[in-house]
Write a protein that binds this ligand. Sequence first.
Ligand SMILES: [Zn+2]
Length: 226
Amino acid sequence: MTLNSGAALNVVMLGPPGAGKGTQAERFARRHGVPKISTGDILREAVTAETELGRVARATMDAGNLVGDDVMIGIVEERLARADAGRGFVLDGFPRTVVQASALDRMMNGRGVLVVVEIVVPEDVLVRRLAARRICSVCGANAPVEWTTVCGKCGGTLVQRTDDGDGIVRERLKVYLRETKPLVDYYSGRPSFRAVDGNRPPDVVMAALDSAICQASQITTRGAGA
Ligand SMILES: [Zn+2]
């Protein structure tokens, strides 16, 4: 299925750690020529560049706290205002809370349909995947299976994640599900919400995501009379 020309492709991807969300978001974004916006990346950039926001974020994180809704909403709003996001975007890591989700709805005013897609994977599969996961020791990128020994972004050495022991993995998944449940409830009644089975090979998941997102974006666009 292809998109109406001129229609914006505004996407939020939800999915637990280990679902392959980051990789899928990146591939989808590249394929459709829209930016993948990861709040983790934006925060790291801001901290490195020592912007005003970066200083606030670093102070918060150094104190052992999570960066709050206001700061996250601010940086996403700033990012979505850039020209390259005019034809759409793929958000990865935002929103994380219902407060952030309703702020995003306000930002979407005049921008067209927001498609929300959740990648669903059974817990046991996630635990297995996470236990085998590696990251780049230099830039911190999550290594997809194609990267055998070095990082595909910076050439750094891949290492096993230290926080991926079995008990810790299960605890992280519990936290994720607890925090994400209200978000899924917030979105799941909408005609532009889709759940996709992520327990399949990456290329199959990619194709399923692609058709689900394009279909959801078109159906709701027609429904709105655009
Ligand atoms: Zn790297």
